[in-house]
Design a binder for this molecule. Sequence first.
Ligand SMILES: [Zn+2]
Ligand SMILES: [Zn+2]
Length: 377
Amino acid sequence: MGVGLVKDKAGIQSFDLPKPEITQPDHVLVRVKQVGLDGTDFNIVRYDLQDMADGQETMALGHELLGVVERVGSDVRSLASGDTVTMTVRRGCGQCQPCLHNESDMCMTGLFTERGIHKLHGALSEYVVDEEQYVVKVPPGLEDIAVLTEPLSIVEKAIEEIRIIQSRMLWTCSHQEHRYLSDDWGGCKFALVVGAGPLGLLGAALLRLADVATVVTDIVPKDHPKAQRVAQLGASYVEGHGKTAEQLMEVCTITAGNLDIVLEASGAADMAVQIIQYMTRDSIYVMTGIPREGLNVQVDAGQIVRQMVRYNQVLVGSVNSNRTHFEMALRDIPRIVSRFPGFLEGLFTRRLPLARYEEAFAAKGPGDIKTLIRVSE
Ligand SMILES: [Zn+2]
Ligand SMILES: [Zn+2]
């Protein structure tokens, strides 16, 4: 069975999906155990973003997966049956240099495909077959939580970009060990995370792991589980509901002074654009949220261009992630677990078997953060 989209039929559907087979020597057959759902999955269903491959009538969703290797092709060396694994999402175009060098997250043609999002079946089915290069082994002991590797890899990439771009400055404070490419880079730095969904929270976790003083804002009230997860990280939560960008930034500048980093993970286009005006000197703003609807807002373009030049500001977009970011995520998961116990588990506010897919894709409850689908035991 597959769960996802059916051509010309709105809403989430189930359909027959034959068990995929190993047809290449580098193929790995994975039995799916768990799939995490995120905003992309809900948006695909809500906006009926039918994007199956030509000639296909169905597309299974699900791109955050944890599974177990059932069988491998004759050339596979790094994996064996019984290994716990996860999988990258994007498959390169095979044409551009980034894709030819395992950096399909930076694809230059746009002719890539993505499991469970864009033209390829995802993991909401019992089995997936793919090439060894896309299957990432999960170290022992992380089986219970490694389904979060994919969403964590997205913010690993965003924060890697922040560090690489900001390494243009050798000095941000008087401590040499706080340079952006040093291990202890986060000291004496302040970040604002916009959006306390799973990506915002995971981004905040990485920032806090590096000891960046962090404020997270979202529209939910202070007693919401999202705000509780923020507190668990030793970050501050600011309720943004009903606040203008100006009122919101007042709170942040009282806390910080300099706004070194802004991580946008809400996809709320209006606030995302308004906040640009409150960036400070040398600050960097990374956008990861994807608004689905058009929106016209009025901003002072003169002021934005003027300050971007005068203050050396950086505005950067970041999407997807490659295998190296999955490996970074798998190294950081144990660090998050030991420093912020219970934080990662606490992101899953609903755990449902695959058979209850309709409920999983129905509107989320008011206290929900993230849904986990149990596909098999
Ligand atoms: Zn490409
Ligand atoms: Zn310092």
